[in-house]
Structure formats: structure tokens, C-alpha cells
Ligand binder design. Structure first.
Ligand SMILES: [Zn+2]
Ligand SMILES: [Zn+2]
Length: 91
């Protein structure tokens, strides 16, 4: 089963407001990118298991949003798209 994060794959923009001030956060990249160089998906899956979040099970991708107003990072949880959703999109 190929679940796909729409934000990682450029299919959708992140649209999440800052919980503090309500401004739209800018996408600062995947959370996992901070663990090192770009790594293939297999390793991202491993990182998902290690970081304590239940995102692997729920097919969620963790991103980092940056609020230019608060100068603060916030975690953005992106729900990954299912194969069925992708099929609808591309057929
Ligand atoms: Zn993602
Ligand atoms: Zn803010």
C-alpha cells in the first residue's frame, strides 16, 4: 500500500495556521529532514517508529511550519493520501 504525503510530493500546499496568532505557517520542511541528509523512504519509516509519534500507524507525515510573526516553529501533521484517493486524482 502506497500512502503518500501530498505536501512532500508537491500535490498540495501546507495550509495550517499558527495556533498562537492565526497566521498561515510557511512550510519549513519535513521534520525528519533535521535528522540528517535526505534519506530514502525506508529510513523515514524507521525514523517514524523511533520518534515516539503514532504517525506511521495513522499514515501521517510530520512537517515543520514556521510562523514569521511569532518566530516560532510548529509541528504540522499532514494526513497522507490513500491509494484510492490518488487513483481518483490521476484517472
Ligand atoms: Zn510530508
Ligand atoms: Zn504565530
Amino acid at each position: 500500500m502506497n500512502y503518500l504525503c501530498p505536501a512532500c510530493n508537491g500535490l498540495a500546499a501546507l495550509a495550517k495556521e499558527c495556533p498562537r496568532c492565526g497566521q498561515l505557517l510557511s512550510d519549513a520542511g519535513r521534520l525528519y529532514d533535521y535528522y540528517g541528509d535526505y534519506s530514502p523512504y525506508r529510513e523515514i519509516d524507521d525514523a517514524k517508529m523511533d520518534n515516539g509519534y503514532p504517525d506511521r500507524h495513522n499514515h501521517q507525515c510530520l512537517h515543520t511550519g514556521w510562523c514569521p510573526h511569532c518566530q516560532e516553529e510548529h509541528m504540522i501533521i499532514v494526513q497522507e493520501w490513500t491509494p484510492a484517493m490518488l487513483e481518483q486524482l490521476f484517472t
